[in-house]
Ligand binder design. Structure first.
Ligand code: IDP
Ligand code: MG
Length: 168
């Protein structure tokens, strides 16, 4: 069985409903290790790139607003990278079906998700669905220095005159 990595995001409805602890407890059943974790302010650009495969769907704009927190009065999510054998499928099994009404009632989405009247599936968490998606998503959401293992090849680069914030 291959060692895989997978990106998990606690979506804004998961944060508003104070479900992060429950979600992490459920995910811990998979006996995987966390190699990255952070809170993220989701820009429109990040949201659109993350969901670019759904750009033609009628719910795309609402989906972008949803992941940006605009439906829940926040602008943040919490993101994790988990690693371990068969990590992608094992996490997807715990997370459940995309549609909360089709999800196993004991899965995270089955227990906590809902369908809004305007139709977007508010399903509490994101989880990568293939090794290709996981690599794209992890590289989108995390820099190499934010992970405690070198899971993909890296290269050194010199960044000149880059404006950044340091502690005052
Ligand atoms: P996934 O999150 O289970 O991988 P995707 O097809 O990648 O499912 O869709 C991304 C997100 O878009 C879903 O988690 C859900 O929030 C939303 N979504 C997907 N399909 C639908 C739909 O048919 N109606 C409403 N929202 C949807
Ligand atoms: Mg997906």
């Amino acid at each position: 069985m291959a060692i895989e990595q997978t990106l998990i995001i606690v979506k804004p409805d998961g944060l508003v409903k104070s479900l992060t602890g429950n979600i992490l407890s459920r995910l811990s059943e998979a006996k995987l290790i966390i190699v990255g974790a952070k809170a993220v302010r989701v820009s429109r650009e990040l949201a659109s790139t993350h969901y670019e495969h759904l750009i033609d769907k009628p719910f795309f704009q609402e989906l972008i607003d949803y992941i940006m927190g605009k439906l829940h009065g926040g602008n943040r999510v919490v993101a994790f990278v988990y690693q371990g054998e068969n990590a992608i499928q094992r996490i997807r099994d715990i997370v459940g079906h995309t549609d909360p009404e089709k999800a196993n009632p004991v899965s995270i989405r089955g227990a906590y998700g809902r369908i809004t009247t305007s139709g977007v599936f508010e399903n509490v968490v994101h989880a990568s669905s293939s090794p290709e998606d996981a690599e794209k998503e992890i590289k989108l959401w995390f820099q190499p220095s934010e992970l405690v293992e070198d899971i993909y090849p890296v290269k050194e680069t010199v960044v000149k005159e880059m404006k950044t914030l340091v502690w005052a």
